[in-house]
Design a binder for this molecule. Structure first.
Ligand code: GDP
Ligand code: MG
Length: 307
């Protein structure tokens, strides 16, 4: 047993879309609970990643990126909902991690810092994606520049993807949360249900495998999620997933020639589910058309999107 007092607290993970917030949360938790892709707006929901360490527990609030007015779809219900979720992420947290991409500091990053500081939170700057920086010598001047006139509780250059530099970040964060017993059991890794995570893993494959515009017009609904005892593996899951699209043409694209694309989406999603649930998974997927869902808050709620 660790003789030092246990610490436990919530940490908001904030930053522009695509800087690696969800990748960082997954790396700290040690499992893929938050989906990632190289497209902005992959994360649509606020999600808690629970990371337990010998010194304590961090409840990491992963957020959709905060979207400015520049986004093409910025007026849409989906974006409004995502922005509300990002702001709500600051309630009840003990500290914030501001994630930026190494070598890049935008006006939006400055605004995010100010919002966090004004909320009275200690702000830890994570300079992510350092694996992509060839000239490591450029990192120090970059950090010096962005730290000018801004008081960060700490600055951590790291690579969330390669899981480099995480230990010292964990140490910093545990130092910023109060002495308290863990909020969740050690084996809990998220506040979301397996059913929700299953839907997200299908959506991740849509984001990763489909062309430019399509993914934003799709969502996933888990129609069936059944756990059964399995003689070999302990438990197994039977999961039916419906991919909702807006138009018939999009349906054809998701299904692909001879059903090839949908099969690939289903197969990759199933592999990810088996890894996350540590069990055998039987996954069936369908595509259905529902017009205009992404601009209709009521339809979004019905499909399980809440802020
Ligand atoms: P989010 O929108 O901030 O949550 O960003 P994601 O976690 O979804 O990551 C966006 C993209 O950046 C994905 O393709 C990740 O694989 C990639 N990425 C995240 N962290 C790193 C990193 O440390 N190094 C590199 N090279 N890529 C990263
Ligand atoms: Mg994300």
């Amino acid at each position: 047993m660790n003789s030092e007092a246990q610490r436990s607290g919530a940490v908001a993970v904030i930053g522009r879309p695509n800087v690696g917030k969800s990748t960082l949360v997954n790396a700290l938790v040690g499992a893929k609970i938050s989906i990632t892709s190289n497209r902005p707006q992959t994360t649509r929901h606020r999600l808690l990643g629970i990371a337990s360490f010998p010194g304590g527990q961090l409840q990491l609030v992963d957020t959709p990126g905060i979207h400015g007015e520049q986004g093409k779809r910025s007026g849409k219900a989906m974006n409004r909902m995502m922005n509300r979720a990002a702001r709500g992420a600051l309630e009840g947290v003990d500290a914030a991690v501001l994630v930026v991409e190494a070598g890049r500091w935008d006006a939006e990053d400055g605004l995010a810092f100010e919002a966090l500081r004004d909320a009275g939170l200690p702000v830890v700057l994570v300079v992510n994606q350092v694996d992509k920086v060839k000239d490591k010598g450029s990192l120090l001047p970059f950090i010096a520049k962005v730290s000018e006139g801004r008081e960060f509780a700490a600055v951590h250059p790291l690579s969330a993807l390669k899981r480099k530099g995480l230990e010292s970040l964990v140490e910093t964060l545990l130092g910023l949360v109060p002495e308290a017993p863990p909020m969740y059991a050690e084996d809990e890794i998220t506040d979301k249900s397996q059913r929700f995570l299953a839907g997200e893993l299908v959506r991740e494959q849509l984001m990763r495998q489909l062309g430019e515009e399509l993914p934003y017009a799709t969502t996933v609904e888990i129609e069936k999620f059944e756990e059964e005892p399995s003689p070999k593996a302990g438990v197994m899951y039977r999961i039916d997933a419906v991919v909702w699209v807006e138009r018939d043409g999009q349906k054809a694209i998701v299904i692909g020639k001879g059903g090839e694309r949908l099969r690939e989406i289903g197969s990759r999603a199933r592999q990810q589910m088996e890894r996350l649930f540590d069990a055998k998974v039987f996954l069936q997927t369908w595509v259905r058309v529902r017009e205009g869902w992404s601009d209709n808050e009521a339809a979004l709620r019905e499909l399980g999107y809440h802020d």
